[in-house]
Design a protein around this ligand. Structure first.
Ligand SMILES: CCCCCCCC(=O)SCCNC(=O)CCNC(=O)[C@H](O)C(C)(C)COP(=O)(O)OP(=O)(O)OC[C@H]1O[C@@H](n2cnc3c(N)ncnc32)[C@H](O)[C@@H]1OP(=O)(O)O
Length: 164
Protein backbone atom coordinates (compact mmCIF):
# COMPACT_ATOMS: atom_id res chain seq x y z
CA UNK A 1 0.00 0.00 0.00
CA UNK A 2 1.32 3.46 -0.82
CA UNK A 3 1.87 5.89 2.05
CA UNK A 4 0.13 9.30 2.34
CA UNK A 5 3.51 10.95 1.55
CA UNK A 6 3.92 8.91 -1.67
CA UNK A 7 0.30 9.64 -2.61
CA UNK A 8 0.83 13.40 -2.17
CA UNK A 9 4.16 13.34 -4.03
CA UNK A 10 2.51 11.59 -7.01
CA UNK A 11 -0.25 14.23 -7.27
CA UNK A 12 0.60 16.58 -10.17
CA UNK A 13 1.39 20.25 -9.49
CA UNK A 14 0.16 23.14 -11.66
CA UNK A 15 1.24 26.75 -10.97
CA UNK A 16 2.62 25.66 -7.59
CA UNK A 17 -0.52 23.91 -6.25
CA UNK A 18 -1.30 20.19 -6.06
CA UNK A 19 -4.13 19.62 -8.50
CA UNK A 20 -7.51 18.04 -7.79
CA UNK A 21 -8.62 15.24 -10.16
CA UNK A 22 -10.72 17.47 -12.44
CA UNK A 23 -7.90 20.01 -12.92
CA UNK A 24 -5.12 17.50 -13.69
CA UNK A 25 -6.02 17.31 -17.43
CA UNK A 26 -5.92 21.11 -17.79
CA UNK A 27 -2.66 21.45 -15.78
CA UNK A 28 -3.85 24.33 -13.61
CA UNK A 29 -6.40 25.09 -10.92
CA UNK A 30 -9.77 26.06 -12.44
CA UNK A 31 -10.41 28.32 -9.42
CA UNK A 32 -7.49 30.58 -10.39
CA UNK A 33 -5.16 29.60 -7.54
CA UNK A 34 -1.39 29.59 -7.92
CA UNK A 35 0.84 28.56 -5.05
CA UNK A 36 3.75 30.51 -3.68
CA UNK A 37 4.82 27.85 -1.16
CA UNK A 38 5.40 27.90 2.58
CA UNK A 39 7.12 30.91 4.16
CA UNK A 40 9.56 30.76 7.10
CA UNK A 41 6.67 30.81 9.61
CA UNK A 42 4.97 27.82 7.93
CA UNK A 43 2.24 29.95 6.35
CA UNK A 44 1.13 28.80 2.87
CA UNK A 45 0.84 31.71 0.42
CA UNK A 46 -1.16 31.93 -2.79
CA UNK A 47 -1.96 34.27 -5.67
CA UNK A 48 -5.65 34.24 -6.60
CA UNK A 49 -7.82 35.69 -9.33
CA UNK A 50 -11.56 35.14 -9.61
CA UNK A 51 -12.44 35.15 -13.32
CA UNK A 52 -15.84 36.03 -14.79
CA UNK A 53 -16.75 32.34 -14.93
CA UNK A 54 -17.37 32.57 -11.16
CA UNK A 55 -19.25 35.89 -11.16
CA UNK A 56 -22.21 35.96 -8.76
CA UNK A 57 -23.54 39.51 -8.28
CA UNK A 58 -22.38 42.07 -10.88
CA UNK A 59 -18.60 42.35 -10.78
CA UNK A 60 -18.23 40.17 -7.70
CA UNK A 61 -17.44 36.53 -6.96
CA UNK A 62 -20.09 33.91 -6.26
CA UNK A 63 -19.82 32.91 -2.60
CA UNK A 64 -19.18 29.33 -3.70
CA UNK A 65 -15.93 30.47 -5.34
CA UNK A 66 -14.77 32.13 -2.13
CA UNK A 67 -15.69 29.06 -0.05
CA UNK A 68 -14.00 26.71 -2.55
CA UNK A 69 -10.81 28.74 -2.61
CA UNK A 70 -10.66 28.80 1.19
CA UNK A 71 -11.33 25.03 1.29
CA UNK A 72 -8.50 24.47 -1.18
CA UNK A 73 -6.08 26.79 0.66
CA UNK A 74 -6.79 25.33 4.11
CA UNK A 75 -6.72 21.81 2.61
CA UNK A 76 -3.27 22.50 1.14
CA UNK A 77 -1.68 23.10 4.54
CA UNK A 78 -1.28 19.39 5.37
CA UNK A 79 -0.38 18.56 1.74
CA UNK A 80 2.55 20.96 1.96
CA UNK A 81 3.69 18.85 4.93
CA UNK A 82 3.18 15.67 2.81
CA UNK A 83 0.11 14.60 4.78
CA UNK A 84 -3.22 13.68 3.16
CA UNK A 85 -6.34 15.26 4.73
CA UNK A 86 -9.98 15.77 3.74
CA UNK A 87 -12.28 18.54 4.91
CA UNK A 88 -14.35 17.57 7.94
CA UNK A 89 -15.79 21.05 8.55
CA UNK A 90 -15.36 24.54 7.14
CA UNK A 91 -16.68 27.85 8.50
CA UNK A 92 -16.48 30.78 6.08
CA UNK A 93 -16.91 34.48 6.83
CA UNK A 94 -17.74 36.60 3.77
CA UNK A 95 -16.50 39.97 5.02
CA UNK A 96 -16.63 42.06 1.82
CA UNK A 97 -17.57 41.32 -1.80
CA UNK A 98 -14.66 39.78 -3.72
CA UNK A 99 -14.01 41.63 -7.01
CA UNK A 100 -13.75 39.77 -10.33
CA UNK A 101 -10.46 39.92 -12.27
CA UNK A 102 -8.52 41.65 -9.49
CA UNK A 103 -5.25 40.30 -8.08
CA UNK A 104 -5.91 38.74 -4.66
CA UNK A 105 -3.68 37.08 -2.09
CA UNK A 106 -4.40 34.05 0.08
CA UNK A 107 -2.76 32.77 3.24
CA UNK A 108 -3.44 29.59 5.21
CA UNK A 109 -1.81 27.97 8.21
CA UNK A 110 -2.22 25.36 10.92
CA UNK A 111 -3.47 26.56 14.28
CA UNK A 112 -3.20 23.20 16.09
CA UNK A 113 -3.31 19.44 15.54
CA UNK A 114 -5.47 17.23 17.76
CA UNK A 115 -4.93 13.53 17.01
CA UNK A 116 -5.74 13.12 13.29
CA UNK A 117 -7.49 16.51 13.11
CA UNK A 118 -5.73 19.57 11.70
CA UNK A 119 -7.37 22.85 12.74
CA UNK A 120 -6.47 25.23 9.91
CA UNK A 121 -7.12 28.93 9.29
CA UNK A 122 -6.97 31.09 6.15
CA UNK A 123 -7.86 34.39 4.59
CA UNK A 124 -8.30 36.16 1.24
CA UNK A 125 -7.18 39.77 0.80
CA UNK A 126 -7.10 42.38 -1.96
CA UNK A 127 -3.50 42.35 -3.25
CA UNK A 128 -3.40 46.11 -3.84
CA UNK A 129 -4.12 47.13 -0.23
CA UNK A 130 -4.24 44.01 1.95
CA UNK A 131 -7.94 44.63 2.74
CA UNK A 132 -9.47 41.49 4.27
CA UNK A 133 -12.31 40.08 2.12
CA UNK A 134 -12.95 36.62 3.58
CA UNK A 135 -11.62 34.16 6.10
CA UNK A 136 -12.25 30.60 7.22
CA UNK A 137 -11.50 28.08 9.89
CA UNK A 138 -11.72 24.36 9.24
CA UNK A 139 -11.00 20.91 10.56
CA UNK A 140 -9.18 18.52 8.20
CA UNK A 141 -8.99 14.78 8.96
CA UNK A 142 -5.82 12.87 8.14
CA UNK A 143 -6.56 9.91 5.88
CA UNK A 144 -4.71 7.04 4.26
CA UNK A 145 -4.74 6.82 0.44
CA UNK A 146 -7.31 3.98 0.81
CA UNK A 147 -9.93 6.65 1.74
CA UNK A 148 -11.15 6.82 -1.88
CA UNK A 149 -11.30 3.02 -2.30
CA UNK A 150 -13.16 2.84 1.02
CA UNK A 151 -15.64 5.36 -0.37
CA UNK A 152 -16.14 3.25 -3.53
CA UNK A 153 -16.70 0.11 -1.44
CA UNK A 154 -19.17 1.96 0.82
CA UNK A 155 -21.02 3.38 -2.21
CA UNK A 156 -21.31 -0.10 -3.75
CA UNK A 157 -23.03 -1.34 -0.57
CA UNK A 158 -25.39 1.67 -0.66
CA UNK A 159 -26.30 1.18 -4.33
CA UNK A 160 -26.85 -2.52 -3.61
CA UNK A 161 -29.18 -1.63 -0.74
CA UNK A 162 -31.12 0.81 -2.97
CA UNK A 163 -31.64 -1.91 -5.61
CA UNK A 164 -33.07 -4.40 -3.05
C1 LIG B 1 -4.84 18.37 -4.23
C2 LIG B 1 -6.11 18.61 -3.56
C3 LIG B 1 -6.27 19.63 -2.38
C4 LIG B 1 -7.65 19.47 -1.81
C5 LIG B 1 -8.09 20.37 -0.73
C6 LIG B 1 -9.60 20.34 -0.60
C7 LIG B 1 -10.06 19.37 0.48
C8 LIG B 1 -11.45 18.82 0.21
O1 LIG B 1 -12.32 19.50 -0.27
S1 LIG B 1 -11.76 17.16 0.63
C9 LIG B 1 -13.44 16.89 0.02
C10 LIG B 1 -14.50 17.28 1.01
N1 LIG B 1 -14.50 16.45 2.19
C11 LIG B 1 -14.99 15.17 2.15
O2 LIG B 1 -15.42 14.64 1.14
C12 LIG B 1 -14.93 14.40 3.43
C13 LIG B 1 -16.24 13.61 3.64
N2 LIG B 1 -16.33 13.16 5.02
C14 LIG B 1 -15.69 12.03 5.39
O3 LIG B 1 -15.12 11.27 4.61
C15 LIG B 1 -15.70 11.71 6.87
O4 LIG B 1 -16.80 12.36 7.50
C16 LIG B 1 -14.40 12.19 7.56
C17 LIG B 1 -13.21 11.44 6.97
C18 LIG B 1 -14.16 13.70 7.40
C19 LIG B 1 -14.57 11.82 9.03
O5 LIG B 1 -13.40 12.13 9.70
P1 LIG B 1 -13.22 11.65 11.21
O6 LIG B 1 -14.35 12.18 12.04
O7 LIG B 1 -11.83 12.01 11.58
O8 LIG B 1 -13.30 10.12 10.98
P2 LIG B 1 -13.77 8.72 11.21
O9 LIG B 1 -14.06 8.48 12.65
O10 LIG B 1 -12.72 7.93 10.53
O11 LIG B 1 -15.13 8.58 10.34
C20 LIG B 1 -16.41 9.11 10.70
C21 LIG B 1 -17.44 8.39 9.84
O12 LIG B 1 -17.15 8.55 8.45
C22 LIG B 1 -17.02 7.26 7.82
N3 LIG B 1 -15.97 7.33 6.82
C23 LIG B 1 -14.70 7.76 6.99
N4 LIG B 1 -14.02 7.65 5.83
C24 LIG B 1 -14.88 7.14 4.92
C25 LIG B 1 -14.76 6.79 3.56
N5 LIG B 1 -13.63 6.94 2.88
N6 LIG B 1 -15.83 6.30 2.91
C26 LIG B 1 -17.00 6.12 3.55
N7 LIG B 1 -17.18 6.45 4.87
C27 LIG B 1 -16.12 6.94 5.55
C28 LIG B 1 -16.63 6.34 8.97
O13 LIG B 1 -16.97 4.99 8.65
C29 LIG B 1 -17.48 6.87 10.10
O14 LIG B 1 -18.81 6.43 9.92
P3 LIG B 1 -19.79 6.15 11.17
O15 LIG B 1 -20.00 7.47 11.86
O16 LIG B 1 -21.02 5.61 10.53
O17 LIG B 1 -19.05 5.16 12.03
Amino acid sequence: MITPREHVERTPIGDGVRLCASCIPRGRCRLGISGLGLDAEGVARFRLVCDAGHEGGPGVAHGGWTASVLDEMLGSVALLHKRLTVTKSLTVEFLRPVPIDQPLLGRSWNDRIEGRHWHNVGEVTLAATGALLGRATGVFSERDPDHFQRHKDWLATQIGKAAD
